[in-house]
Design a protein around this ligand. Sequence first.
Ligand SMILES: [Zn+2]
Ligand SMILES: [Zn+2]
Length: 307
Amino acid sequence: MKTRVFYNEKMKKWFEGVEDQGVIYPEVDPFHTVFRFADNVYSLYEENVTGGSAMWMHLIDGPEKALLVDTGAGIGDLKGLVRKLIGDKELYVVNTHEHWDHVFGNYQFDRVWCHPYAVPWITDNYMRPDVWDRFLDENGRGLKRDFVREDFIKFRNYALFVCGEGDSFDLGDGYRLEVIYTPGHASGGISVLDPQSRILFTGGMHSDNTVISGVNKYYPNECTIAAFLRGLERLESGYSGRFDRIFAGHEIVPLDASYIRDEIQACRDVLADHGCCEASWDTGNGLMYRHMVGEAGIRFTDRSFGE
Ligand SMILES: [Zn+2]
Ligand SMILES: [Zn+2]
């Protein structure tokens, strides 16, 4: 996947401004570009295998251990790249939520943590060797992008552990990362707070297009605008003042912490007036709406208001 695909012109312009800071280690893994937006964080950029919005994994390199936030689509040798960056340091792996573009790389690790509400989706839908078939034609070549079946990792079972609000990952020497429950984009949504580096890793909440689909057969009430707002308000009331920057799972990195306030306002606007949006379009599966406040915004459907 030599060509870059961008979600919009704003993202393209931003990426072209930072691209020369990115490093690719083609002998290990040609599919990820490594950036350093903070001293002890490696941000790994992965082109989206469906041609959609590219995604980020973030590797927090602590004093004794490291934490990998999300695992991407399972393309390339992410594990080899992580070892190249942190050596044989002990590694935790966590999923910010249950969507495929954040968890299909899990099979190369022995143990992965996620929120309890992400577990049924992952175990029912993704614990099977054919998960990548959806991206491939009958000859094993990419449907939307330039790759082949062999570019993906091999399927292997792994152990799923749970973490939720109030849990933490201890990276040694007092370096603790805190888990915060932030549903809305997905039922099993978490953010990870690094109070030492004053960074919040948000996974599914990002840039100006956080999607609140309102669709989840396991925990539908956790995929609504109201649920997303609850998580944002928890961040604002319990954690504001402890982070300055947001490292998301898609689009521009970093975002300023003030982005949370604008997202809260966007949710409140829409809940007060369901017709509040600047744009709408047909996805083929119903209408999608967008409402923005400053640089922040949400995308939602008629189902995003819950039952
Ligand atoms: Zn995603
Ligand atoms: Zn997602």
